[in-house]
Unconditional design. Structure first.
Length: 381
């Protein structure tokens, strides 16, 4: 049915509005650090704050979406997220900022499961890798828009307006969800395959894919700070590199989804991407002090690969449970990623602060290797 593409567009818009906060906040990390007088480790906590909120609510949001539908779930969550981000714009202290961003993450997490469930319900398996790959481009898309817009607002009207823009984006996402999302026609929902909370293979998938997240966070989360502080780039130029990574990563997610549809497999391409990501991160570590003409392309490759895999793990998790329970399955998978989103930025920042950027990137390169090994039992034959 043609309306499935409208559902996909609505899912992309809703997710992008939240991802602008989740991913794009890194683009104004230097401005946040300056305004609140933070250490690098404290900046890591700020960047992890949204994920701290996500961890608490992702699974409940997924279960709620299975019970009351995607439209209501997204409307409730994104509306509240916008209110919390508005509060963050006026936060007077580091603690208040972290608390309000965590609240925004808890509320905005509704979109992670609900929008994916909507797409899962409307698309047949032969198209699902492509469809969910396109849906997952919303994450780097929102990040890319934020990487262009937020630094300009921070440098002009002020950092507060960067947060206000993020709040407005959340409200727009809520409106789009209410207007365009519909339940799938009768018969489209598949029968339940497994109970997600009891599925050991689903938990293994979540653990293995979470290890990939370390590479994504090291590059996409810290490239602006790295290029600005270590290599002397302006905030705008460094944010431009982040925006390019987000655009390329979005295109890579679509390509990876289409690739998996043609293979009829999700885990095999996921593992191949993990092996390549590890090499790209190691090369970036080796080029930390090299010419920018060598370093920036290496970071672009590592960042693109670091963003490319998410749609495959997202699709694999949803398919394990079937459309009727996909909200809960996606909630579990996204909860695992959110936990990684708390641990990895704080840990990476601590390593860089205590040692060096090179060691940080080298250690992160080990994570996708571990994920590659962990996912081996799940690989399709």
């Amino acid at each position: 049915m043609r309306y499935r593409w409208t559902i996909l567009g609505a899912g992309v818009a809703a997710q992008a509005s939240f991802s602008a906060l989740l991913i794009g906040l890194a683009s104004v990390a230097p401005a946040i650090q300056h305004r609140y007088g933070l250490s690098l480790a404290q900046v890591g906590v700020v960047l992890a704050a949204v994920n701290i909120g996500l961890v608490v609510t992702l699974l409940p949001w997924g279960i709620l979406a299975d019970r009351i539908g995607e439209r209501t779930t997204i409307a409730l969550g994104l509306s509240g997220c916008g209110v919390a981000v508005t509060g963050a714009a006026f936060a007077g202290s580091y603690g208040a900022l972290v608390a309000l961003l965590a609240l925004a993450g808890a509320l905005g997490g509704c979109v992670q499961s609900a929008s994916g469930r909507a797409v899962m319900s409307w698309f047949a398996p032969a198209e699902r890798g492509l469809a969910l790959g396109i849906r997952q481009t919303a994450v780097p898309l929102g990040g890319a828009i934020a990487a262009v817009l937020l630094p300009a607002l921070a440098a002009g009207p002020g950092l507060r307006w960067s947060f206000v823009a993020l709040a407005v984006g959340s409200w727009i996402g809520a409106v789009v969800g209410v207007v365009l999302l519909r339940d799938a026609p009768a018969g489209e929902l598949e029968a339940e395959i497994v109970r997600p909370l009891r599925d050991r293979r689903l938990w293994l998938l979540c653990g293995g894919s979470t290890l990939y997240l370390a590479g994504q966070i090291a590059v996409a989360g810290f490239v602006v700070l790295f290029l600005h502080q270590q290599r002397g780039f302006s905030n705008g130029a460094a944010a431009g590199v982040l925006a390019a990574i987000q655009v390329l990563g979005g295109a890579a997610r679509v390509g990876a989804g289409r690739w998996s549809d043609r293979l009829g497999a999700r885990i095999v391409p996921l593992r191949r991407i993990g092996a390549t990501l590890a090499v790209a991160l190691a090369v970036s570590a080796a080029l930390v002090d090299a010419s920018s003409w060598l370093l920036v392309p290496a970071l672009l490759v590592a960042g693109t690969l670091g963003l490319s895999w998410n749609g495959l793990s997202y699709t694999a998790a949803a398919e394990r449970a079937g459309a009727a329970r996909s909200g809960a399955a996606i909630g579990i998978q996204q909860t695992a990623l959110a936990l990684g989103g708390i641990v990895f930025p704080i840990g990476f920042a601590a390593v860089v602060g205590a040692a060096s950027w090179r060691l940080g990137f080298l250690l992160v390169a080990l994570c996708p290797i571990a994920g590659f090994i962990a996912l081996r039992p799940l690989a399709e034959r």
